[in-house]
Write a protein that binds this ligand. Structure first.
Ligand code: CP3
Length: 338
């Protein structure tokens, strides 16, 4: 296996930084949109032959240095018996918990049976791939926002109301989600993934005093539970540019940074033994190629002497992104003289 990505996650010196993109298999690809004509998003996630094919699409097309399992962070909510759906253009919908007392009635299903298709997809991919495969899960706090709001929220007012008025039920929910997530990530590791990424997409909405008790505490538990498996854990959070130091205290192998901070300054303050990933503005994928290339070269030159940098975006590839720009990004990383 070409392990450039794994060496960079472990902060070993590499001839160049590896590159992969969050949402590298998605709607900006015509091949993906064609499949969506025939199958729903949930069907694509749950049919191992399709999910593995989609995972491979961007690897075959652009030669990324790592693949990420095609699935979604919300699938795990079905294992606590909530219905989920993905409509066209309106984002995901989750059958919301109507009141805090519902939490105490949640009975989780065992992961290996409920998530069997995901295990199958991983096994198919491990036979096909020559680059490392990333598994992933949503962070408990981010999953909780979907369970409470029922969708991607603008102000997260229901979530905040639960946190302030029903902290006991909220923590019970986070406990449940943490335990399920640990089981899910262990299952992915046992099925064959080479590293995992945890997405705390909405941690950034928490006021600072609530960040640790409602998000970081549970992230730390997940990271500790996975240590015996010796598999790299990458933490992504929107807001990570602001609270990278707090994330570093949880001892993940890598932190995936959003686009709001200065990568080079953040690199100076975070411990050198933690790899950094991302920070590149996703909207450069709709910019003129020259703008994209110049900005990328600036970052690559600036970070060159720090072992442990993985090229990625500050958030996922948007559907409007240009395929040519994605190709330009990968080629710029691969062809720069280091
Ligand atoms: O990165 C990858 O290519 C792997 C697959 C992956 C998807 N979602 C596929 C997807 C991963 C890692 C995710 C993570 C995910 N899902 C997150 C965390 C990262 C982030 O974006 O902050 C979140 C919050 C979700 C929940 C979710 N799923 C949302 C908010 C949406 C709608 C927004 C959107 O981009 O469409 C989805 C749908 C979704 N997940 C799609 C894909 C390819 C689009 C589905 C479609 O084709 O209609």
């Amino acid at each position: 296996m070409d392990d450039l990505f794994l060496r960079a996650v472990r902060c070993e010196t590499t001839p160049r930084p590896p590159v992969w993109l969050m949402r590298q298999a998605g709607r900006y690809l015509k091949e993906y949109r064609d499949l969506k004509e025939k199958y729903s998003f949930l069907e694509l996630c749950k049919q191992p032959d399709l999910a593995s094919r989609i995972t491979l699409l961007p690897i075959q097309k652009f030669s990324f240095d790592a693949a990420i399992l095609f699935a979604d962070i919300l699938l795990i909510l079905e294992t606590i018996r909530r219905k989920i759906s993905f409509g066209e253009d309106q984002g995901p919908r989750v059958e919301p918990l109507q009141n805090p007392a519902d939490v105490f009635r949640c009975v989780p299903e065992p992961i290996p049976t409920a998530m069997a298709p995901i295990g199958e997809t991983i096994k198919i991919l491990k036979k096909e791939l020559k680059v490392p495969l990333l598994g992933f899960a949503g962070a408990p706090f981010t999953l909780a926002t979907y369970l409470i709001e029922g969708k991607t929220s603008k102000d997260f007012l229901l979530t905040k109301k639960w946190m302030y008025r029903h902290p006991e039920a909220f923590h019970r929910l986070l406990r449940l989600l943490t335990d399920q997530t640990i089981e899910y990530l262990k299952f992915q590791i046992e099925s064959g993934v080479d590293a995992v990424q945890i997405f705390d997409s909405w941690a950034g909405i928490l006021p600072y005093p609530l960040l640790h008790p409602f998000s970081l505490y549970y992230l730390g538990e997940i990271i500790q539970a996975l240590k015996p498996f010796r598999i790299p854990v990458i933490l992504f959070a929107r807001g990570s540019s602001l609270f990278g130091r707090e994330l570093a205290l949880l001892r993940p192998e890598a932190i995936s940074l959003d686009s709001s901070g200065d990568l080079l300054k953040i690199a100076e303050i975070l411990p050198p033994e933690i790899a950094l990933q991302g920070n590149f503005d996703p909207d450069l994928l709709i910019a003129p190629e020259e703008t994209l290339r110049n900005e990328l070269l600036r970052i690559l030159r600036g970070i060159k002497n720090r072992p442990g940098y993985i090229v990625n975006l500050g958030h996922g590839v948007k559907p409007e992104s240009r395929v040519e720009n994605v190709r330009c990004l990968v080629e710029t990383v691969k062809n720069m003289s280091y």
